[in-house]
Design a protein around this ligand. Structure first.
Ligand code: HEM
Length: 206
């Protein structure tokens, strides 16, 4: 890929990923966050983190399916992954600050009485080491294999995020279903594509 194309694509990814945050700021400044601004911020940041997490998970299967055309996608995985952490952090801080007012008692009650909060925290804790070791220096320090093993935590985060979402919505509400379906497909794609790769490697050309 040409350097200029890469710069244009990176700029577009930056703009796309910053749009939800910019939209929230714009609406906050114009007093247009609806009847419950805290819930609106919580929902927008949560959903943004979730869909960006799905996008990072999709990159490997897409490259494996069409290596000739989509290999370049790898150049965007770290960037989108860091945006997952960015929105996850905003989301968590919204809860800590706007819901709980940084009050330890409220935080403790929320954790013990609302199981979806525990699933959200588990998701955030799974994302934290990924963000901390996202640098090239960390890959070198940990070694490629260990780094890859650690980064498999993204699958844990994807699953606990789905649980968090299902536990948050009222019984009968199906809004987490599209996300869950996509995540399940992407998780299933992994062993299937690994098997296909092994088979290809075993096929000796005559
Ligand atoms: C410490 C970690 C977390 C806490 C305390 C937390 C807390 C919350 C709370 C309180 C809500 C409900 C908002 C409301 O009822 O109006 C919520 C919703 C949500 N959270 Fe989290 N969360 C955490 C981490 C995450 C992470 C890491 C993700 C995604 C990767 C996520 C995705 C979502 C989604 C998708 C919703 C629902 C949005 C909607 O209904 O439109 N959460 N979270």
């Amino acid at each position: 890929m040409k350097r200029s194309t890469l710069i244009i694509l990176k700029t577009l990814v930056w703009i796309g990923c910053l749009l939800p945050a910019a939209n929230l700021v714009w609406r906050a400044v114009n007093n247009n966050l609806g009847p419950d601004p805290t819930a609106e911020i919580q929902n927008v940041t949560g959903l943004s983190a979730l869909w960006m997490l799905t996008a990072t998970l999709a990159i490997s299967p897409l490259r494996a399916l069409l290596p000739k055309y989509l290999n370049w996608l790898i150049k965007f995985r770290r960037l989108i992954g860091l945006f997952v952490f960015f929105y996850g952090s905003l989301h968590m801080l919204t809860w800590l600050g706007l819901y709980a007012g940084f009050d330890l008692g409220t935080i403790r009650t929320d954790i013990t009485e609302r199981r979806f909060i525990i699933a959200g925290m588990a998701t955030y804790l799974a994302l934290l080491p990924l963000a901390l070791t996202s640098t090239t220096w960390s890959i070198r320090k940990l070694g490629g294999k260990n780094w890859s093993r650690l980064h498999a935590l993204i699958y844990v985060a994807a699953i606990t995020a789905a649980i968090h979402y299902w536990w948050k919505v009222k019984t009968g509400v199906l809004t987490p279903a599209p996300y869950t379906l996509v995540i399940l497909l992407l998780l299933l794609a992994r062993p299937v594509l690994a098997w296909r790769k092994r088979r290809k490697a075993q096929t000796v050309p005559v």
